[in-house]
Design a protein around this ligand. Sequence first.
Ligand code: SAM
Length: 219
Amino acid sequence: MYLQFALELVPLAKGADNAVREEADNAFREHYRKLREFLIRTNGQAIFAKYKENAYLFDVVCAQYSPEFQANTMGIAGLTLKEPILDIGCGKDANLVRFLRMNGFQAYGIDRSVETTEYTTKANWFEFSLQPNYWGTVFSHMAFSNHFGHHLLRRDGDYRAYMQNFIEILQSLKVGGTFIFSPTIPFLEKAMENDSNFRLVRYEEQTAAIMRLHGVKGK
Ligand SMILES: C[S@@+](CC[C@H](N)C(=O)[O-])C[C@H]1O[C@@H](n2cnc3c(N)ncnc32)[C@H](O)[C@@H]1O
């Protein structure tokens, strides 16, 4: 949809008179109509009711956050962080990973938009191979759980793929290791009740943390 939109704009960008501006306005209006149709088809009308509740929802952007902001949201200060540390969806600049490394932690990040370096890997989280029983702490700030929650709520959401990946993340923790993420995932509290291998050690307004209690043979 975006590619088609961009192709329509290219010829318009070559001129700058009023007629061209009007055509560009029409192209934007038509694009908005298609986007709206797509959102209603995939999420239902409820998504627009939400925007009416709070106009600021229109301004939500896919952003990177400062390490201080991430640490504050996920309540990292004062925690003893087990290593190695993995940040899933670390962002293009891997801000938290670099901050942790500057402070002497063995931290790594993956993101589909980060450059691969000695401590960051450009990868899709569905394709990144997570070694079982390995990570001491896994973080994901405004990334994995945000997308997971979105897929749980949307009509055509691929929540099974996220569920599978979520289980792999939990199994990649070593015993005593913790997965800390923001935002929380709807229904998570209920889902964790019956799993004796993991415990939901924190479930706050913005952040949840799950600790691995036991090793599972072969995993
Ligand atoms: C809102 S940003 C948050 C970045 C960082 N955690 C922060 O708080 O600054 C979400 C990140 O998730 C990444 N992302 C989304 N889907 C992904 C996927 N399937 N695989 C890898 N990264 C993904 C995006 O590239 C983006 O950098």
